[in-house]
Design a binder for this molecule. Sequence first.
Ligand SMILES: Cc1ncc(COP(=O)(O)O)c(C=O)c1O
Length: 436
Amino acid sequence: MSNAAALDAFWMPFTANRQFKAKPRILAKASGMHYWTPDGRQILDAVAGLWCVNAGHGRPEIKEAVARQLETLDYAPPFQMGHPGAFELANRVAEIAPAGLDHVFFVNSGSEAVDTALKIAIGYHRVRGEAARTRLIGRERAYNGVGFGGISVGGIAPNRKMWSGALLPGVDHLPHTHDISRNAFSRGLPEHGASLADELERIVTLHDASTIAAVIVEPIAGSTGVLLPPRGYLKRLREICDRHGILLIFDEVITGFGRTGAPFAAEEFGVIPDLITCAKGLTNGCVPMGGVIVKKGVHDAFMQGPDGIELFHGYTYSAHPVACAAGIATLEIYRREGLLTRAKSLSKIWEDAAHALRGAPHVIDVRNYGLILGLELEPLPGKVGARGFDVFLKCFERGVLVRQTGDIIALSPPLIIEKAQIEQIFETLSSVLRAA
Ligand SMILES: Cc1ncc(COP(=O)(O)O)c(C=O)c1O
């Protein structure tokens, strides 16, 4: 088979397939903070794979736990049967989740976590006798995965338009919170924009609270290019939800497991939702798994009435034993090495290094929180995304993997990163921008 033919069968997700296959970028090996290409080039991972390898690559403890699990119990049906790892992992997730969120429903991805959370929210109102509460409120520019629920509440146009006639009915969107004119080069949470949360009041007035089940937001929007919540914004959303009996869901698929400097962004920002979706860092990215962490009151509402199945929902691989083993080993590493709060101790170094890019060619915004960076570039006239893609390619050529979304470079390195590696990332970005 020719090289090109060997790449043909795999239809790559969220990828420019023809462009990629003409000039592939292959990762063959990983360890710690690095990837290696098949020809042995070392690449510094500035994005934790895809916001998921929070403890760094190739952790032997996870490998051993997975191997042990495969030898002991390769698979167990999750419907009407259980296995020890599922209960242990749920307890461990509940331990690090904000107080009161103490039940976990396991799924296999962030997308499944979002669709599951939306279903639980609608079901919650129904079992309490408020079956008219089915409306869901998402946000412009949100990424909530790619299930029909997720793209319906999500707000990234290309992810929606091909399926626009098939999206969930009864969905509204809050405005996004990005405002470079007032908030450019903010360090930490931006100053302006808390009042955008009041748009929720307007939506409630339009539809009446009795029709609205839930609001879902990413505490920090990641995939759209790192949009931070204005100071006070999330608190206001919480207050409005409380006032109207609406559930608040935080999609923490990228902010969970230490990214902001706390186990979950909810705790970091002091705003506690009713449900949290998570995935990615739950297993350090090495076995697919996600979860919905649910407040006691929401869970308990289902545990009433005659005995029988309370929620007609679940997946063949919910709480898969191998994923649970990986999850338990991962959380143990996070605990032992203090990784869930390590971003806090590095965030000042990260912030200073990031903001040194201010003034580099085409940089129109730098925004940061914990170990997250959004670097926004002026688009080339008539070619949105071209400049961002070029920077992504050039960084890769110079040995650093970054993530590009449009003309925004988003960074989220493994939480084990050291100061010298932070310097390498920003020196590379700076030299690429200045050479462009
Ligand atoms: C906030 C958020 N929600 C949901 C998802 C979907 O997760 P997955 O790709 O595991 O389905 C992502 C993925 O990046 C995400 O960032």
